[in-house]
Design a binder for this molecule. Structure first.
Ligand code: BES
Ligand code: ZN
Length: 623
């Protein structure tokens, strides 16, 4: 380079740096009180994670190190959450530093307090998971679809990420991350990040998540699966025997993403993929960014259960972009998501289908209110979960009452105004957290006052039960189903033909609404005529088995079918519904017999729920 050119560059460089003075972005330490994390982010918080781990299937241990870039508000300590982890050493800016682990709380785990100084920029924790790391489930080949390779997946929500990564495990924290993950050759690894679409030769995978997410959305799955694209930005990961079925089932995914964008603005995360996990996955779906984790029980063969995909997709706005500040504000994640789910379903599959889903949600709400009749505080939208395990206390109120709140709001202000409001709400609060109170303020200013509308928001949010102004939900398809059920009850007969083009939702509605005094003989007639025990739709199976238990029906080998279902499927909602029915009908002994067999294949989240339900005491585990 000659001198004049060098001089020119120098001048240009100086001009550029003058024009854009590098403004240090002011950091606001405004975290609200968090009942489920030890972290004190107002003192010091993490902002980027560099994770370097090895996944060891033989010993069922994840080991490695987590390095964090931190922001320090003149503090001498930073506190992370840790649960059932072996912490080996801790470094501050590359040098060993002192740390201490506090007492172990059953739900929250232990605070990991690390000594830093005022200008520490980076901390590193070297650690290993243990047998009790609840987020992680290690599966034997036998527990997978293809039965030939082991599998691992993690479940972070609500407060389990700390059991596989030491971290500030609060929904108010947002971090970007990178990860190096070493898995056995021949397996693939995926995360809530930019993902591979083919296996690497050496089993080493590198991940990057450049958008800041809360720790409960960090997720990992490892197994022998492959990828099939549906559109440029959507696709599925599944084991070989599930790949084509999953691809067919989810082939409307691109349509769903477009419909969602039409409603509430651009999809912010680039890619939207789904991984179909083995059947022990404890949830229907989990909205891990860029890669939703899903139960194989949604693969029904007829797209009848894909509202689950609409639901997890909706979380890409409500939950992942705008995140509930604490688990007390959980309804901001789930209520908005159910509302949004119904809107996506309406846009893609029509109003008839959306009406049925809305009415199922309405009936779920009634059932949940009945379950909680002795715990009215748990029927408020805004919860108080301090001292409780959020995983136990987060019931379907947040979903179904949250939905009814928004649906009622829609009817009050009109769809157009509500949509415009929601679109701006997501845009203005993208990549940030929301408290219930902040939302109420925003709603008052930007929707209600602006349009001179009064609405009993406070009653909806802070009072138990359902306010009187609730929207009335109806479905003519379901009216017809109710009519046919009634006819059967009076005449003792049903013509199979009238049910011929029923969707699974209609079947579910039919079965759920059996009168209390329906006899085992009436059940037998229905089973023989309509072949219900042999249904292959997991949702129909669940509600039919529940009724078999409620009505003491034992025909057509249904008891064996129930046992098979409970030992194969670990989806908590299904499993809990059935064990509750055993209990309700004084069959705890039978339930325990089945549970003994099923429990070893359940993820900790499901096992914990059923342990509590049946009063089952697992062998004392250590660490
Ligand atoms: N985020 C939830 C799952 C969750 C909630 C995990 C609370 C841990 C704690 C997910 O989006 C969800 O709601 N899944 C539902 C399915 C949905 C269609 C209602 C489920 O798993 O049943
Ligand atoms: Zn959800």
């Amino acid at each position: 380079m000659n001198t004049s050119k060098a001089l020119l560059y120098l001048i240009l460089f100086i001009m550029a740096s003058c024009a854009q003075p590098k403004e240090e972005k002011e950091i606001v330490y405004s975290y609200v009180e968090e009942p489920h994390s030890y972290a004190k982010p107002n003192n010091a918080f993490i902002k980027h994670l560099n994770l370097d781990i090895v996944v060891d299937f033989e010993n069922e241990i994840i080991s490695g190190k987590a390095t964090y870039d931190i922001e320090n508000n003149k503090s001498r300590q930073i506190i992370l959450d840790s649960k059932h982890l072996n912490i080996e050493s801790v470094l501050a800016d590359g040098k060993e530093t002192e740390f201490s682990l506090g007492i172990n709380d059953k739900y929250m785990g232990q605070p990991l307090t690390i000594n830093i100084n005022q200008d520490t920029k980076e901390i590193t924790v070297v650690y290993k998971t243990t047998k009790n790391s609840e987020a992680v489930q290690w599966l034997k080949p036998q527990q997978t679809a293809d039965k030939s390779s082991p599998f691992l997946f993690t479940q972070g929500q609500a407060i389990l990420t700390r059991s596989w990564i030491p971290i500030q495990d609060s929904a108010q924290i947002r971090i970007t991350y990178e990860a190096n993950v070493q898995v056995p050759k021949g397996l693939m690894a995926v995360m809530s990040a930019e993902n591979p679409t083919v296996k690497t030769a050496d089993g080493l995978y590198h991940f990057r998540m450049n958008q800041a997410i809360p720790p409960y959305l960090i997720a990992l799955a490892v197994g022998d699966f492959s990828y099939k694209a549906i559109s440029e930005r959507t696709g599925v990961y599944a084991e070989k025997s599930m790949l084509n079925k999953s691809y067919e089932e989810f082939s409307d995914m691109e349509k769903m993403v477009s419909a969602a964008e039409q409603l509430y603005g651009p999809y912010a995360w680039g890619q939207f993929d789904v991984i179909v996990l083995p059947p022990s996955f404890p949830f229907g779906g989990m909205e891990n960014p860029r890669l939703t984790f899903a139960t194989p029980t949604v693969i029904a063969g007829d797209k009848s259960l894909v509202s689950l995909v609409a639901h997890e997709l909706a979380h890409s706005w409500s939950g992942n972009l705008v995140t509930n500040a604490t688990w007390n504000d959980f309804w901001l994640n789930e209520g908005f998501t159910v509302y949004f789910e119904m809107r996506i379903m309406e846009a893609v599959y029509g109003k008839e289908r959306a009406d049925m889903l809305a009415l199922i949600s309405r009936q779920d709400l009634d059932d949940e209110l009945e379950n909680l009749k002795d715990a009215p505080n748990d029927t408020k939208l805004k919860l108080d979960l301090k001292g409780r395990n959020p995983d136990d206390a987060m019931n379907s109120i947040a979903y179904d009452k949250g939905y009814l709140f928004l649906r009622t709001l829609e009817e009050t202000v009109g769809r157009e105004k509500l949509d415009a409001f929601l679109k701006t709400y997501f845009k203005e609060h993208a990549f940030s957290t929301m408290t219930t109170e902040k939302f109420v303020d925003y709603l008052n200013t930007n929707l209600l006052k602006k349009n001179n509308i009064s609405f009993n928001t406070d009653e909806w949010i802070n009072q138990p039960g359902i306010p009187k102004n609730q929207a009335i939900i109806s479905s003519y398809k379901f009216k017809n189903v109710e009519h046919i059920l009634q006819e059967y009850i009076t005449s003792g007969k049903i013509d199979k033909k009238v049910t011929e083009d029923w969707t699974p939702q209609e079947w579910v509605h039919f079965i759920r609404n059996f009168p209390r005094d329906m006899t085992a003989d009436q059940m037998k007639y229905l089973d023989d005529t309509l072949n219900l025990t042999n249904s292959s739709n997991s949702y129909i199976q669940m509600v039919w088995y529940e009724q078999a238990l409620n009505h003491e029906y034992h025909g057509n080998n249904v008891d064996a079918k129930i046992e098979e279902f409970l030992t194969q499927v670990g989806r908590r909602w299904y499993v809990e519904t059935l064990f509750k029915a055993f209990k309700r009908n004084d069959r705890i002994e039978d339930a325990l017999k089945v549970y003994e067999k099923a429990r070893p294949s359940y993820h900790s989240v499901t096992a914990k729920t059923i342990d509590d339900l049946l009063g089952y005491k697992p062998d004392q585990e250590t660490n």
